[in-house]
Design a protein around this ligand. Structure first.
Ligand SMILES: [Zn+2]
Ligand SMILES: [Zn+2]
Ligand SMILES: [Zn+2]
Length: 459
């Protein structure tokens, strides 16, 4: 089972991490866990169940906590499951009333506090193993100010609402709470996961101590996805025995400089993964040649007019063709065992910027119901998704899902049914690997594929 596929090890050169115990195929479940502490984003607090994190669809069955009037559940079952935990904080929510201005991070600290009980000993041993960059955070003037405010605010809330009078005036007790909350926040800041829904929108945050032990790579061989509030780590590439299993801590949609800066700033390490390479190394002739293949176009392309279709034809389509050609070449270079991404900052920056702009523009086209332009755009971008995220990453699978939906929507007698079937098959494979066979989207596209194959059979 899952535990036998990988295991935590301490590697001399790479440090602690999760390594494969055996050869692993893509699409295998490597780790599953419930959150230790978790909280919904403020924007989702009224639309999602606070226990299972599913969207509340049936308003009649929805249960709202009648005492604090703040917390809602999708069903009686979720309500009773969460009651014991919520009761602890419900009273605090009531006394804070409208002043309750707790961010998801603060809620995580508070919930960790409740879980640890009076003596502060965490019920989850793995939380002790989580990385804590407290010293480095406090050495950074801007960060330390920001963190200090949160820690002081939470210490104040706990002192004034959750302690009895004698504890409140005890300065050693104050120091103890303060340092406990500091360590919670430091650990949360570098180990927290963004929880996403089926559409990959972020709906909350959570701490999953077991999953936090996976290391990072910008070309990850595994991915963390969510089923409600539960986290599942799946392999998205074939992994060899003894290989490190890595997930991505950041969105990969950025050039190597911006990725490295983001990792250094939030996670305090320099990334030397295959894609980032060694920044000390001067760029080689091959790298430069590869750069030159991306003929960087103008960066300021935000042209918004009423006639989006015309803007697509004249401005964005040539750009999408460029991005497509470049991604395809660079992707093949990586498949050929050349691990270098383009080293010229100008070229990579423009490639990633153009890719980001086109993704936004594709959404605009869909919004305006210009489905055939959106389909063209999505097809051009597919190679870039594979290049940036990998072939079976959930984000790549999501673009394929958009392609399938747009293709079936815009299909007519002239449509090439074989192409539709081939791309739907590709979507089925990527989605099953990234999200699992039982995921609603996997089931949906499998059903679509069967329909299309029976139409193709009749042609
Ligand atoms: Zn629920
Ligand atoms: Zn309540
Ligand atoms: Zn990297």
């Amino acid at each position: 089972m899952a535990q036998q596929l990988c295991k935590m090890r301490t590697h001399k050169a790479c440090g602690r991490g999760i390594y494969a115990n055996t050869d692993i195929k893509p699409g295998k479940v490597l780790h599953q866990s419930e959150p230790f502490v978790y909280a919904l984003r403020e924007e989702c607090a009224d639309s999602h169940c606070h226990a299972c994190f599913k969207a509340i669809v049936d308003v009649d069955r929805c249960k709202v906590c009648t005492k604090c009037n703040k917390v809602r559940y999708c069903s009686e079952a979720c309500y009773s499951k969460a009651a014991a935990v919520h009761d602890l904080e419900c009273e605090l929510f009531q006394s804070l009333g409208d002043k309750r201005n707790l961010t998801p991070t603060m809620l995580l600290m508070l919930r960790w506090w409740f879980k640890s009980g009076k003596n502060g000993s965490s019920p989850c041993a793995t939380t002790k193993m989580l990385s804590d960059h407290g010293t480095r955070i406090m050495d950074d003037a801007k960060k330390s100010k920001e963190f200090q405010l949160i820690i002081d605010g939470m210490t104040h809330i706990i002192r004034s609402h959750l302690l009895d009078a004698s504890q409140c005036n005890d300065s050693t007790e104050f120091d103890r709470i303060h340092s406990l909350l500091s360590s919670y926040l430091f650990k949360i800041s570098t180990n927290v996961f963004s929880i996403t829904n089926d559409d990959l929108d972020v709906i909350g945050i959570g701490l999953y101590p077991g999953a936090a032990l996976f290391n990072h790579s910008c070309s990850p061989n595994a991915v963390a996805v969510f089923e409600g509030a539960n986290l599942v780590v799946r392999s998205i590439q074939a992994i060899k025995e003894k290989d490190a299993i890595c997930i991505a801590y950041i969105d990969l949609d950025g050039d190597s400089t911006s990725r490295r800066n983001k990792l250094r700033d939030s996670y305090f390490f320099d990334c030397f993964c295959d894609r980032c390479g060694d920044s000390q190394k001067p760029s080689t002739a091959a790298d430069n040649q590869e750069d030159n293949q991306y003929d960087a176009k103008s960066k300021s392309l935000i042209v918004r007019g009423d006639d989006l279709e015309k803007v697509w034809r004249t401005t964005y389509k040539p750009l999408a063709e460029d991005v497509h050609k470049y991604a395809h070449k660079a992707y093949l270079a990586r498949l050929d065992g050349c691990p270098s991404t383009p080293k010229s900052t100008q070229a990579t920056k423009t490639f990633h910027e153009n890719f980001q702009q086109l993704r936004t523009f594709q959404l605009d086209l869909i919004d305006q119901q210009l489905f055939s332009c959106a389909l063209e755009c999505a097809k051009f971008l597919q190679g870039a998704y594979e290049y940036v995220y990998g072939q079976c990453h959930p984000v790549t699978a999501q673009n394929l899902h958009v392609i399938v939906k747009l293709m079936t929507h815009t299909m007519d007698a002239q449509s090439n049914i074989r192409e539709v079937c081939a791309l739907t098959q590709k979507c089925v494979t990527a989605t099953s690997i990234a999200r699992g066979d039982e995921h609603p989207i996997s089931k949906e596209v499998r059903g679509k594929l069967m329909e299309l194959q029976s139409v193709a059979g009749r042609c």
